[in-house]
Design a protein around this ligand. Sequence first.
Ligand code: KG4
Ligand code: ZN
Length: 387
Amino acid sequence: MLILGIESSCDETAAAVVEDGERVLSNVIASQVLTHEKYGGVVPELASREHLKKIALVVDEACRQARVRLPEIDALAVTEGPGLIGSLLVGLVYGKALAQALKKPLVGVNHLEGHIHSAWLENKMARHAGLCTEEARFPNVSLVVSGGHTSLFRVWMEVHPHTRTPVFYYRQLGQTRDDAAGEAFDKVAKLLALGYPGGPVIDKLARFGNPDAVPFGPIRMKGNLLDFSFSGLKTAVLYRLRGSELGAEAARRREWRNRVGRVSLEELRSQCSQETLDLIASFQEAVVTDLVERTLAAAKSSQVNSVFVAGGVACNSKLRERFQKVVKAAGLSVFFPSLLLSTDNAAMIAAAGYFKLLAGERADLSLTAHASFPLGVDQYEPIVVAR
Ligand code: KG4
Ligand code: ZN
């Protein structure tokens, strides 16, 4: 079954053709980073306009790279939420119109479900290619960690009673109460005048700093042990800058960046004191430690032996390294998507949509976008610890 996936929930216009939910024939992503970088974050109105300009081109390119013509597509899968409403609507309406014109079935996919499937999709492709022998299994605990989300899910699979095909279930175990981890990376990078998006640049600069230099300490909260909170960490960085030489240095860097425009990593590093590099490394260390520890706690309490990590922050090299180390020591297996499948893409939407289509799910023209679109939240069961 050839599925055309369409994803436009935030600032990437993406289309992909995936065969049988496991062979990525094309995966085209038009990034809007140049549009938003001067604002230090995604501007929703500009994002919608960019999607409008790109959507048709991106879908055509996905078909061209997959060497399929649109009428040869068997079905379409589009992201229906969560995300920016104006952005979501562009991909969703385009997908609906295409499905109508081609007379092909359509399904809506939750963006978070797509991210979770990206780790499995990667594992299936790696096994086909003989690059990996270990099979990613269900049930598992999945951490979705991106610019918009930081959530833990227990994910399991059951066989559909009629179609005998796999159906996936999600129980949300925890989520961020304020900033998403990627948002914290982006905001701290903005405070330190490091550019946008902040995650990749912090990841690279942190290699030159001492992660133990600033004792941010563990992030503590009352209530659900599996919830996250990163806004306090961001504020702690802000306080270190206020009225200090570090803050004056960040102001000089901002002025320099505004003057010279785009800069290389080496140039940026040359404008960072060792103290700033230490602060960057310590901030990243605090985020990584928190993400890994809560995910391990979730795996333990859910009694699973497999962990999926997906979303843009899953690109972080320190996070990957720490998960590999800690999770192995705990006797668990961890699965990441490739970097290309970690950030927003449409292959993950097509892969998740495939199983919905197999189970007989079909969307009609009433399918609409949802800015807020919880995944399995009705089964929310917080694990509360007394502190
Ligand atoms: O999944 P994604 O492409 O979009 C959302 O659904 O949000 O994630 C984008 C986020 C941004 O906040 C970006 O800073 C972060 O992922 N990110 C990283 C890295 N690469 C991207 N964060 C930390 N380390 C990275 N290497
Ligand atoms: Zn995402």
